[in-house]
Write a protein that binds this ligand. Structure first.
Ligand code: GUN
Length: 293
């Protein structure tokens, strides 16, 4: 079994991005700038946004965090998005999800200028992804592709089962793995909560990508010997032995699954850091596009 080390891989990507930022500065251009909008006080979201800001600092990007009260109205958030769309000093921005219940996530996503949508969530970017046109690819699936690419994991002709069909992870992941690219060229099945014989479907996977949001859902009896297993899950569970009072648990029963695999990711040093690195890549791309347009 080989661990797909997202921490090490993302460190390398951050180094590469930092070098590109230095080159931009040498050319007299300004550094890329990412803004993150955080609505409310969800602990996990605060943590994620904090990490994204630290990543920006590490590679030499500018960053702005916009914190809005949990009672923010949809109109107030849409007005903030319009401001960010119009402001030239910001190359890309994200609105951290989930949002409080009074705000319609779809309306928010539709309001973001596609050229600044570094999350790759808006219809134009999702459509471009489906058509194989230049786009911002959603950070988690893009990070997984990068991890497979850098570890030279063979995907062509393999059966890839994607467990989960979210707009952010499962659906774009399936599109990317089925495309005529390397990595890619896999035969893809999307499985979800209504899939019959889920265990058998998972057992038929050469590559199993799990984004179902249920802790330790995939057990050893669901994994084919020699499979590649990618765990996207990251759920906080209470843990009084930790200073934070919680630990992050994946969707895969890592301890019992790992010895059956050829490759496996570990929570939190697998997909999480790769997702953050992808956001930096998208922000750099947004900045480069703007300075070339
Ligand atoms: N919440 C969980 N993952 C993400 C992400 O990739 N982007 C945003 N904006 N919110 C998230």
């Amino acid at each position: 079994m080989q661990l797909l080390d997202g921490t090490a891989c993302s460190q390398q990507i951050r180094k590469e991005i930092a070098t590109e930022v230095e080159a931009l500065i040498t050319q007299g251009k300004r550094a890329p700038h990412l803004a993150a909008v955080l609505v409310g006080d969800d602990g996990a979201s605060q943590n994620y946004v904090g990490m994204k800001v630290r990543d920006c600092e590490e590679v030499g990007f500018g960053s702005t965090t916009i914190r809005l009260d949990a009672n923010t109205t949809e109109d107030e958030l849409l007005a903030k998005i319009a401001e960010l769309n119009a402001y030239d000093g910001i190359d890309g921005f994200i609105v951290q999800l989930p949002l409080p219940p009074q705000i319609d996530e779809n309306k928010v996503i539709l309001a973001i200028d596609p050229s600044k949508d570094v999350d790759g969530f808006c219809p134009e970017n999702v459509g471009n992804l489906s058509l194989g046109l230049p786009t911002f690819i959603s950070a988690t699936p893009n990070g997984i592709m990068e991890l497979l690419r850098r570890y030279k994991v063979e995907t062509e002709g393999k059966h890839c089962v994607v467990l989960g069909r979210s707009n952010i992870v499962g659906t774009p992941m399936a599109v990317l793995m089925s495309r005529n690219t390397n990595p890619g060229n896999a035969t893809v099945t999307i499985a979800h909560s209504r899939t019959k014989n889920l265990k058998e479907v998972c057992l038929s996977a050469d590559i199993l990508i799990v984004a179902i949001g249920k802790t330790e859902f995939v057990t050893a009896d669901m994994v084919k010997p020699g499979a590649v297993v990618i765990d996207v899950g990251q759920t906080r569970v209470p843990d009084s032995s930790r200073k934070s009072g919680f630990r992050n648990v994946g969707d895969v029963d890592f301890e019992n699954v790992k010895d059956k695999c050829s490759y496996i990711t570990y929570v939190t040093g697998g997909v999480g850091p790769m997702t953050r690195a992808s956001l930096l890549q998208n922000t750099l791309k947004a900045c480069q596009r703007r300075s070339n347009s």
